[in-house]
Structures are given as structure tokens and as C-alpha cells.
Design a protein around this ligand. Structure first.
Ligand code: ADP
Ligand code: MG
Ligand code: ZN
Length: 618
């Protein structure tokens, strides 16, 4: 049985009927006739007559406009067919040649019969099959005999432990979250232990974190660990076509849960129904959602916590939830499920790598380092991509190179081999990427270059420079952030310096640099001007972090000006670095242009060679 997001597929029934009709039609008109006729040869009338005269024909049947006959040819009987002519002597000729004659009467009944056989019976079979299927579908949707009429019933599935088998061990990292959830599992196992002291479990726990960090997986693991029934439903399943239906579903869900207590109820993506209610009721469009939410609040208050019903919910937008939901007595325990750190990433990679065959030489710590910022779901994807790449290359197991390529795939998209850059474009991209790398390398406190490539990617990137931090960063200093901005401007700076013209290739760099600069001033208090005053608030921290302005129009104008100043200061710095190292810039760009990819080691080797030596070899 499935938890979470899988819903039975509901294809409109009429599509099914149309397909069936087309299949029957084709069967009748194309396939069946050719089977029946098989090897019947069509001949013309004169051939038929000459065959009769030579005594080759043993038997002939007149059927409507056609004459079917059997002719002896090369010692074999061949079935033939010819168009009947208006021939009054035919019967006499056949008689003389001693042919067995017959004629098929145009039987009304046989037409009728064949119609039934070829159309009605198949149609009947299809209809019965369709009914049976749709009935089955209804059945799995949670309720037996009610069928179509039981709209208001909830789709919550009763979880059967043995079929899923996900345990805490399958969730790597996230130790904090697991610890908090273990307590809930323990409570469900021995409620009396808690009752003796008089402690009562929180009624609800809210799993909060960015997408793909394993919130749904954790809930499944709780189900696997606690041997109690597990109801799982997604917030969107409450949103119904008719007003009041969502509320009815909530009521039904809690009724079922109360009957099965002790048990766990899991509401995934709860923000779908739990959004803040807006005071103004003019629109009326949110009535349904509001009713559903109200019902949920009522039910959570209504049931007795000591009975052992624990409610888990998951969301990646906690700040959009209605405060009433987070009040004590409802989802009062928040369980953060954050992006994994270096060690967490390594563990997650190992958990997923168990499912595929890998070479002994694979270094998971290296891979985890290169995949900084990846979520659990992305890491699972990286492992799978590595396995796919191994298959594509006809190998039996995945190697380190497969993993490194698959990180790039997840970060930058697939290599797009058929996109051909002109030589001039290739040269510009080479200088651009080396510009980034050189600025990064010549500053202190910036991550070392791991790889540079100018092979275009499906994501649209014409090339990219990959930097990998040696260790994990939790705090970034002002200098580090400034260096980062300088590195982003390095690509464009190289273009300016060498080609004296600029291209569109820097659009993503510009976006990134602006984002950092803006955050430094408006959120991190890293400008002299504004001291520690927040000018922007992050509203959606787990989904990319939208920010909303929290300052006056005048201040905003100054803020914009400060951002421009900050970026252009770093841009000038990058230009200076490249100017000072222009020999290396040429040399490295030439190397990249010829090789298309350059590793961090090669890069450093060329960079550390004294310039004179290179001039001599050139
Ligand atoms: P969320 O609900 O937080 O968006 P999911 O629980 O659906 O994320 O995770 C998606 C997939 O990512 C999981 O099925 C699992 O394969 C992988 N995954 C995410 N986090 C982890 C983790 N901590 N350990 C192992 N696998 C993980
Ligand atoms: Mg989820
Ligand atoms: Zn760039």
C-alpha cells in the first residue's frame, strides 16, 4: 500500500470507450478480412474461363458479385476469386468441365449474425470490463459499497506496516528530527510509561524544511517504526470541488483515526489547507479552504490526547501557515528538517548507493564535498544518474567519474554535444570562464577551483566554473561575500579586457552578484550606511527566499544605489586582478579553448608555473 502522493489514476470513462470503438472498428475492417481471405488469389474472368476449359477447376461457388473457385496449379489446389460477369453460358461451361457448382444465398440471418459477432459482443465485453475496472478503482479509494455516492468520505489510506518497511535507518542524517520523532514512537508503544508521570504527548508535530529533505520519508519511517495504524493524506486531497466536502473529509478522517487509536495521522503539504486566513471575506473564493481549516482546528481540539492519536504534518512554507494551527495544543512541536551538512550528505549518498553497484574506488566524501547545498532528493538523484551513466557506457558498476559527471548533470544539466559554438564564441567563453577562475584563485578566502568546462549544457550554460569548498561554511564573512561578488564579475571583466566588447553570457553572474550584494546591505547589516537595520524580510526561506521590503521609498532608493556601488567596486577589483595576471589569463584561456575541460589541478599547475618559462615555450 502506498503512502503519500500516489493517487489512483482517474481517466475519464469516455476516452476509454472511444479507444475501444476504434479498436473494434480496425479489427473488423483491417485484420479480420485479411485473416479470412488469407491466401485467396484474385484473378480476372478470362483466366478463370481458361482454367475451366483446361479442366483445372474442381469447384466453384458464386457468392454475390464474386466467384470463388479452387484451381489446380503445379499440382496444388489454389483458392482463387474473380469478379462474376453477366455470363449466361457460365453454368453450361462449368457443367461440361465437370466442376462442382454452388451458390451462396444472400442470407439475411448470416449478416445479422456476423454483425452481432463482430460488433455487439466485443462492445458488450468492453463495457463490462470498463465497469468492473471503475468499480475496482472506487473500491481502492477508501470505501466499499458506497461507490460514487460517498463523495464526502476521506481518502486517507490505512497503512499496513509490512508492505512498506521504511525504517529510521533508511533516513540518513537528520539525527535531530529522528530523535524528536523517536519519542513519539516510544509514546505510542508504551503510553502508560508517560501516563504514570502525568506527561502528555504533544498532539501534533510539524515537520518543517526545504523540499526534498526527507519530510515525507521521515513520516513513512515513523510508520515503519511504530507498529500502529498510519493514516496518510495530502493537504491537496482535502480541496474538493464542492463547498463543505473538505470539511466532511476532515471529520471522517478523525472519526476513523479515533476508532483505530492508538494511531498516527499524517497530513502532507499541510500549507494547502492551512494558509493564513485573510480577514476580508469579500471574495468568498476561499470559503471552502477556510471551512476545511476550521474543521481541522476543531477536530484537533476535540480529541483526547491521552487516547494516543498523534498528528504529524509536513510543510515547506511554515511562515504561510495560519497561526491558529501553531498554537499550543495543536502543532506545537516543530521538527526542523534541514538541508544535510557534509556528513549528512555522505551518509545519504551511502544509503542510496546501496541500491546500485559501485566501484571500490568511489570516494563518497569527495562526492559529498562537491555536492554542497544538495538536498536528500537531489543526492538520491545524483546516485541514480551515476548508475544510468554507467549503463549508458556499458559498464557493470558506477565509478567516481560517473558520480562527478552526475553532480554536474544535477547542477548544470546534461552535456549538449550537438550545440556547436563558433570558434569566436568558444574563445569568448574560454576567457569568460578563466576570468571567473582566475579572480577566485587570486583572492584569499575563496573556494578553490575544481573544474572548468566550456562544453555547453542543456540548462543553457555555455560553460561553467565549479568551485568546491574544502570545509563546510556556516558563517560567511563580509570579505568572503565581497570576494564572491568579485568572482561573479570576473567573467565579464575578462571579456571587457580582452575583446573590448561585452556579451549576454554574464546574465546569470549578474543575477547572483546582485543577490549577494543586496542581501549584504539589506539583511546582513554589512554597510556603514544602515548599520544593523533590516530593510528586507525573507518571507519564504525554504523556497528560494522571496523577500519583502520593509523600508520607506527614500531608503529604498539609497539601498539601490549602495548595491550598485558595492558591485561595481568588486567589478573594478576583478578587472585589476585580471590586468595584473594577463599573461596567465591568455595562457589558461588558450589551454581551455583547446582542451574544453580543465581540472583544478591542471589549473593550479599552469597558474604556478613562472610566466617566463611559458613565454619561452610559446
Ligand atoms: P520532502 O517531503 O521533504 O519534500 P521527500 O521525503 O519526499 O522530501 O524526499 C524525496 C526523496 O529524497 C526520498 O524518497 C529519498 O529517496 C530522498 N531523501 C531525502 N532525504 C533523505 C535522507 N535524509 N536520507 C535518505 N534519502 C533521502
Ligand atoms: Mg514531501
Ligand atoms: Zn559567468
Amino acid at each position: 500500500m502506498n503512502l503519500g502522493n500516489k493517487k489512483p489514476e482517474k481517466k475519464p470513462l469516455y476516452v476509454y470507450y472511444i479507444i475501444a470503438a476504434v479498436v473494434i472498428f480496425l479489427l473488423n475492417f483491417l485484420v479480420l478480412p485479411s485473416i479470412q481471405e488469407g491466401s485467396v488469389i484474385t484473378t480476372d474472368y478470362s483466366t478463370f474461363l481458361s482454367n475451366v476449359e483446361r479442366g483445372n477447376v474442381t469447384e466453384a461457388t458464386v457468392d454475390g458479385d464474386y466467384i470463388y473457385y479452387t484451381a489446380r496449379k503445379d499440382g496444388r489446389d489454389v483458392r482463387c476469386k474473380t469478379v462474376a460477369m453477366d455470363d449466361s453460358e457460365l453454368v453450361e461451361r462449368l457443367r461440361q468441365a465437370g466442376v462442382n457448382m454452388s451458390k451462396t444465398a444472400p442470407e439475411r440471418q448470416s449478416i445479422f449474425l456476423s454483425l452481432i459477432l463482430s460488433y455487439l459482443i466485443p462492445i458488450a465485453i468492453f463495457i463490462l470490463l470498463g465497469r468492473w475496472l471503475s468499480k475496482k478503482m472506487m473500491g481502492t479509494m477508501g470505501d466499499g459499497p458506497g461507490g460514487m455516492m460517498s463523495f464526502g468520505k476521506s481518502n486517507a489510506k490505512v497503512y499496513v506496516k509490512s508492505t512498506s518497511g521504511i525504517k529510521f535507518a533508511d533516513v540518513a542524517g537528520e539525527d535531530e528530527a529522528k530523535e524528536l520523532l523517536t519519542e513519539i514512537v516510544d509514546y505510542l508503544h508504551n503510553p502508560h510509561k508517560y501516563a504514570e508521570i502525568g506527561a502528555s504527548m504533544p498532539k501534533g508535530a510539524l515537520l518543517v524544511g526545504p523540499p526534498g529533505t526527507g519530510k515525507t520519508l521521515l513520516a513513512k519511517a515513523v510508520a515503519g517504526e511504530a507498529e500502529v495504524p498510519f493514516f496518510s493524506i495530502s493537504g491537496s486531497e482535502f480541496v474538493e470541488m464542492f463547498v463543505g466536502m473538505g470539511a466532511a473529509k476532515v471529520r471522517d478522517l478523525f472519526k476513523q483515526a479515533n476508532e483505530k487509536a492508538p494511531c498516527i495521522v499524517f497530513i502532507d503539504e499541510i500549507d494547502t489547507i492551512g494558509k493564513k486566513r485573510d480577514g476580508a471575506g469579500f471574495t468568498g473564493g476561499n470559503d471552502e479552504r477556510e471551512q476545511t481549516l476550521n474543521q481541522l482546528l476543531t477536530e484537533m481540539d476535540g480529541f483526547d490526547g491521552s487516547k494516543g492519536v498523534v498528528i504529524l504534518a509536513a510543510t515547506n512554507r511554515p511562515d504561510s501557515l495560519d497561526p491558529a494551527l501553531l498554537r499550543p495544543g495543536r502543532f506545537d512541536r516543530r521538527i526542523p528538517v534541514e538541508l544535510p551538512d557534509l556528513q549528512g550528505r555522505e551518509e545519504i549518498l551511502k544509503v542510496h548507493a546501496k541500491k546500485i553497484k559501485i566501484a571500490d574506488s568511489v570516494r563518497f566524501d569527495e562526492i559529498a564535498k562537491a555536492a554542497a547545498g544538495a538536498s536528500g532528493a537531489e543526492l538520491a538523484n545524483i546516485v541514480n544518474e551515476a548508475a544510468l551513466r554507467a549503463v549508458r557506457d556499458g559498464r557493470k558498476f558506477a565509478t567516481q567519474a560517473d558520480f562527478e559527471e552526475s553532480i554536474e548533470v544535477v547542477i548544470a544539466g546534461y552535456q549538449k554535444k550537438n550545440r556547436v559554438l563558433s570558434n569566436k564564441e568558444k574563445l569568448i567563453v574560454s576567457y569568460h570562464e578563466i576570468g571567473h577562475a582566475l579572480v577566485a584563485a587570486k583572492q584569499t578566502d575563496s573556494a578553490p577551483v575544481h573544474k572548468i568546462t566550456i562544453i555547453p549544457r542543456t540548462s543553457g550554460a555555455l560553460g561553467y566554473t565549479m568551485q568546491v569548498d574544502e570545509k563546510e561554511h556556516f558563517l560567511m564573512s563580509k570579505e568572503e561575500l565581497e570576494n564572491k561578488i568579485a568572482t561573479f564579475t570576473g567573467g565579464r571583466a575578462a571579456e571587457e579586457l580582452i575583446f573590448h566588447s561585452i556579451t549576454t553570457g554574464a546574465s546569470n553572474d549578474i543575477e547572483q552578484a546582485t543577490k549577494i550584494a543586496r542581501a549584504m546591505i539589506s539583511r546582513y547589516g554589512m554597510s556603514d550606511e544602515f548599520d544593523m537595520v533590516a530593510m528586507e524580510n525573507v518571507t519564504n526561506q525554504y523556497l528560494g527566499g522571496d523577500s519583502s521590503l520593509a523600508c520607506s521609498f527614500e531608503t529604498q532608493t539609497i539601498l539601490d544605489k549602495k548595491v550598485v556601488e558595492l558591485v561595481s567596486r568588486q567589478h573594478q577589483k576583478a578587472l585589476k586582478i585580471l590586468q595584473d595576471n594577463i599573461g596567465k589569463l591568455h595562457e589558461l584561456a588558450k589551454y581551455l579553448y583547446e582542451h574544453e575541460t580543465i581540472t583544478g589541478e591542471e589549473f593550479m599547475k599552469i597558474l604556478e608555473n613562472p610566466v617566463e618559462e611559458i613565454v619561452q615555450t610559446q
